[in-house]
Design a protein around this ligand. Structure first.
Ligand code: GLC
Length: 668
């Protein structure tokens, strides 16, 4: 829309930038010009809605646009080219070829040089996207695993340097791999330069945070703000002796919440965002975006202004680095998560979000042996906007929260409180007979709530099974691990594996000896990569080999299944057996896979009719892509072994695999 005043400002800025050294060549400048012009109206509007009431807003607005131009000037030509090619292919992110792994650099390979040497291992598995967990400067004692950043522009020397990140990003581009880094937006470490200045009494930097002289305002906030770490870091404010003031610290005491009501904070953080984008990062994981805006009398989570900040950030990134996509780490109620994709067709916010409901419900299904709740909650989730995608994961470095709505539990005729208590007990050693070995995280005695810690393997029963040396129990645990991986590989979205889960690493209890970690049992599921165990992936009959090769095969099949590119083409399917979860993946070219997964530990059946209903070519036959065989039929029924899944496709679309790779098609 034409707005004379706005366009006047825009033209003046563009005239100035065009002459600003180092001068960009005409074609490159034209890209900036086009993108800024296209986004200027919406950037202005979003900015006004956040800061329009302040007298100083025009000044900071111009500073923000200068930040964009500076970052564009600094963007490496190879990244600018990549931006352009990604703009031409809006489907690039949705492709089924992407398979991710998240890892702590020091747990995986000590540092960045060590990591670079392990790329072949990742590629052997089929991983081509890596989320390198926090590696920026953070305090050496307590840092919440690096999520308390003290310098956004410096890599912690124990891992390497920013130059190494750039080299790694280049290596990734050469290998067609994607790199993700965290951007911790909500808070800094109390050792960040801004916090240090604030502690020294610098008013300008005190305004970067929420700082109060006494408990009056904090107490009012506390009445409606939930606690994130009620056991290890109760409350949302910390008294800072040197300041003799209270600072808002929603997470840990040493993580100071940034005050986005201050336009300077926004400008600084967009500068940081573009700086990281310019290192060659493909996907930025925006840490804890739900918390960006605080409003007294609310939960201070998921507020509309938090979304406006994200939208503004997105538009700024689209001007400078449109090839860089945002991951919203919003682990909140399912319907709230959806909002991070943007609520209206013209909203640009985050292209990717964690499918926390799917993750939690997979665990619920394992604990109950039923897929009813999983089915119900997913069915009630609205369709996400086209072009966005989920991260599907079995678990991550954080705890597992049962963040689905009670209403669906009640609709199944169950008591929500008891049901949740059962799941917690099942995973935390309180339910006799459960093979799962996890621990409650942040148990809140006031309401009985807790989340769950544990590795995929330990929660699936492998730790208990290995201890008991029961062959059957080991087999069941491996089947469960593979079942969980089969869902995250085939459900619409991008699968993300936690490092070590590919060889079934168990809980690591050594964190208890480190006082900086002992209070946080999430460390039990962040084990050091065990390279000796990884070697066993080559040893026949080893547990590691069974888990690794199954996952390797799942990944290889995923990459060969064009109908698994995420075009909102996952359709839940009706199935009369409550233990079995079924969905269809399809594309317009007639390719389809019916996923059918048995969550129960006994043999189950469903009517074969499901294959006819989905229009499979029963005359020529169907095949399970995973086993390479037809499903097992018992007359008019399909039979499932305990924890078995099928990936059914038409025979004509199937080519068998050899060692995870496709056998070349015969000439016939
Ligand atoms: C995110 C991280 C989590 C961290 C928190 C605070 O949720 O995943 O590990 O504790 O943010 O930064």
């Amino acid at each position: 829309m034409y707005d004379a005043q706005q366009h006047n400002i825009l033209n003046k800025l563009l005239d100035r930038y065009q002459k600003q050294p180092p001068q960009l060549n005409v074609e490159v400048f034209r890209d900036f010009n086009t993108r800024l012009s296209a986004n200027f109206g919406i950037i202005t509007e979003l900015y006004q809605s956040l800061y329009g009431h302040r007298n100083d807003h025009p000044k900071y607005f111009l500073e923000l646009i200068d930040v964009l131009f500076k970052a564009f000037q600094q963007r490496h030509p190879s990244l600018r080219n990549q931006d352009k090619s990604r703009e031409k292919d809006p489907h690039w992110l949705l492709n089924q070829k992407w398979v991710g792994m998240m890892l702590y650099p020091e747990h995986f390979a000590k540092d960045l040089s060590g990591f670079s040497e392990k790329l072949d291992y990742l590629q052997e598995l089929g991983v081509n996207w890596v989320h390198l967990m926090p590696l920026l400067m953070s305090p050496s004692n307590e840092s919440d695993g690096g999520y308390a950043v003290s310098d956004y522009r410096k890599v912690d020397p124990k891992f390497g340097s920013m130059a190494q990140i750039r080299t790694l990003a280049k290596k990734f581009r050469d290998r067609d791999m994607l790199l993700t880094l965290d951007l911790v937006l909500n808070h800094t470490s109390d050792e960040h330069e801004w916090a240090k200045k604030a502690k020294k009494g610098d008013k300008q930097y005190q305004d970067y945070y929420y700082i109060f002289p006494d408990r009056q305002i904090p107490d009012q906030f506390e009445t409606s703000m939930p606690e994130i770490f009620p056991v290890s870091a109760p409350g949302n404010f910390t008294y800072v002796e040197s300041l003799e003031k209270w600072v808002m610290t929603v997470f840990h005491q040493y993580q100071w919440d940034l005050n986005y009501r201050n336009p300077q904070v926004l400008c600084e953080m967009i500068d940081v965002l573009l700086f990281l984008a310019n290192q060659g990062v493909d996907l930025l994981r925006l840490d804890a975006p739900a918390f960006l805006w605080k409003e007294m009398g609310t939960s201070c989570q998921n507020l509309p202004k938090a979304h406006q900040i994200l939208k503004l950030m997105k538009r700024c990134a689209e001007v400078v680095a449109p090839g860089v996509k945002f991951i919203a780490e919003a682990i909140v109620a399912p319907l709230e998560i959806m909002k991070y994709f943007g609520e209206h067709p013209d909203d640009h916010e985050c292209e990717i979000a964690y499918h926390a409901p799917l993750m939690a419900l997979i665990w619920e299904a394992i604990a109950t042996g039923e897929a009813r709740l999983l089915n119900k909650v997913i069915q009630n989730l609205p369709q996400k906007p086209w072009g966005t995608t989920w991260i599907n994961y079995a678990r991550c470095h954080d705890d597992i929260g049962l963040g689905f709505d009670d209403i669906y539990i009640y609709e199944l005729g169950l008591d929500a409180k008891l049901h949740r208590a059962y799941i917690l007990d099942y995973y935390t050693g309180k339910f006799e007979g459960s093979p799962a070995k996890g621990a409650p995280f942040m148990f809140n005695p006031k309401n009985g709530d807790a989340r769950i810690s544990g590795t995929l393997a330990s929660l699936s029963g492998l730790e208990t099974a290995l201890k008991s040396k029961s062959k059957q129990a080991i087999e069941d645990a491996i089947k469960k691990i593979t079942l969980v991986h089969s869902i995250i590989m085939s459900f619409g979205g991008l699968p993300l594996i936690y490092s070590g889960d590919e060889i079934g690493l168990l809980n690591d209890y050594s964190y208890l000896k480190d006082p900086a970690k002992a209070y946080d049992n999430r460390w039990m599921h962040r084990p050091m990569m065990d390279w000796k165990a990884a070697e066993k992936r080559k040893k026949d009959r080893a547990v590691e080999k069974q888990i690794f090769s199954a996952l390797q095969k799942l990944i290889a099949i995923r990459k060969e299944s064009p109908e698994w590119a995420d075009h909102n083409n996952t359709t839940l399917s009706y199935c009369e057996n409550k233990h079995i979860f079924t969905y269809l993946r399809w594309n317009e070219l007639g390719r389809k896979t019916l996923v059918m997964a048995n969550f129960h530990s006994s043999v189950q059946y469903i009517k074969k009719d499901i294959l006819y209903r989905h229009g499979f070519d029963m005359d020529r036959g169907v095949v399970d892509k995973f086993s390479g065989k037809a499903p097992t039929y018992l007359k008019e029924l399909v039979a499932f072994q305990p924890f078995q899944f099928y990936w059914i496709t038409n025979k004509k679309h199937y080519t068998p695999m050899v060692k995870g790779r496709k056998r070349p098609k015969s000439k016939k």
